[in-house]
Design a protein around this ligand. Structure first.
Ligand SMILES: C[S@@+](CC[C@H](N)C(=O)[O-])C[C@H]1O[C@@H](n2cnc3c(N)ncnc32)[C@H](O)[C@@H]1O
Length: 236
């Protein structure tokens, strides 16, 4: 499914690349202070590694001092180690097998310039997301930002309506021969009970409560199933 970009990951990561370069590339950031980046729920880091490479990290258009990836899955982290090897030695790569909420809660203030979380936050309850954002805001330095890529509800949509839209999208994948019935059932067996997408306005409220200065939705996939939001801390 990833190979044919059925779930729009490539578009979302292209949008992430644009955000990274427009915010921290040479024209936006002439002082070029190397960034400390935290990737929460990094998984195998395959897509973020490709994105960082396309941005010119670690020493080109995107200057990266450190990449810290946090994930509960040891097998995924072992693959991430290989995918991120190109960053070293200029950029320190630390991969931690840990619950990301535990990590942000224990993280000292102002440790990172950039937090990235892609398709990892939607399993948290709304209260859990609010707490998670509050700690994430604290982990960021002034002028820092949180790039959130995840599933989202349409404005006014109930969760069950989103699940049905996702199911329709999977049915199209089956009809197109991209996945078979069993694979689609496996995906839905995970999505239906565990995915807890929110509205953009809910994230904006939670971000404001977490003392982020701004929270904007910068990209939405053509099916309006997933989005990229940029949450910014106050300027230094
Ligand atoms: C769908 S994958 C996304 C991986 C990667 N961010 C990407 O976009 O390709 C979700 C990842 O989040 C991790 N994850 C989910 N909840 C987590 C938690 N509470 N703490 C740490 N990792 C978590 C899972 O282990 C999984 O690797």
């Amino acid at each position: 499914m990833l190979a044919v970009d059925f779930l729009f990951h490539k578009r979302l990561y292209r949008a992430a690349q644009e955000v990274l370069l427009s915010r921290w590339g040479p024209s936006a950031c002439p002082t070029r202070q190397p960034l400390a980046m935290l990737d929460l729920g990094c998984g195998d880091a395959q897509q973020i590694a490709a994105t960082l490479s396309q941005c010119g990290a670690p020493g080109g258009n995107l200057s990266l001092a450190s990449y810290t990836g946090v994930d509960m899955s040891a097998p995924a982290l072992a693959i991430a180690q290989r995918n991120l090897a190109f960053l070293q030695p200029a950029c320190t790569v630390s991969l931690l097998q840990q619950d990301m909420t535990t990590f942000v809660e224990a993280c000292p203030a102002g440790q990172f310039d950039l937090i990235f979380a892609s398709f990892a936050v939607h399993h948290l309850s709304q209260e859990g997301k609010a707490r998670f954002l509050a700690h994430a805001a604290r982990c960021l330095r002034p002028g820092g930002a949180f790039i959130l890529v995840d599933v989202f509800l349409r404005e006014g949509e109930e969760r069950q309506q989103w699940v049905e839209r996702f199911r329709d999208h999977m049915s199209e994948a089956v009809a197109a021969g991209i996945v078979d019935e069993d694979e689609a059932a496996t995906v839905m067996g995970h999505v239906e009970p565990f995915d807890l997408p929110e509205h953009v306005c809910t994230y904006q409220r939670m971000a404001s409560d977490a003392s982020f200065a701004a929270a904007e939705c910068l990209h939405t996939d053509p099916k309006e199933l997933s989005r990229l939001m940029l949450l910014r801390t106050r300027d230094p």
